[in-house]
Write a protein that binds this ligand. Structure first.
Ligand SMILES: [Zn+2]
Length: 78
């Protein structure tokens, strides 16, 4: 029988912004709604957590407002 240790852990997607062309917009991995890091209205997504290293934005955790999927954004331009 398999252990279900991760049963309560939410699936979290990782998005590497260095692999995204153009203005950095990407589709939600779950529902496909287009998420733009430039969009600060919080209509499409909400920022949950921000990690800063050496005064630079290092990692951003956001949640899609449509499907509530959490995803971690990395690869911000230095
Ligand atoms: Zn979504």
């Amino acid at each position: 029988m398999m252990k279900k240790t991760a049963i309560n852990k939410k699936v979290q997607h990782s998005i590497d912004l260095t692999k995204i062309d153009g203005d950095g917009a990407f589709p939600c991995p779950n529902c496909g709604v287009v998420i733009s890091p430039e969009d600060e209205t919080e209509q499409v997504y909400r920022i949950i957590d921000t990690k800063v290293r050496n005064d630079e934005l290092f990692e951003l955790t956001i949640m899609c407002n449509s499907c509530k999927t959490e995803m971690r954004l990395t690869g911000f331009q230095q």
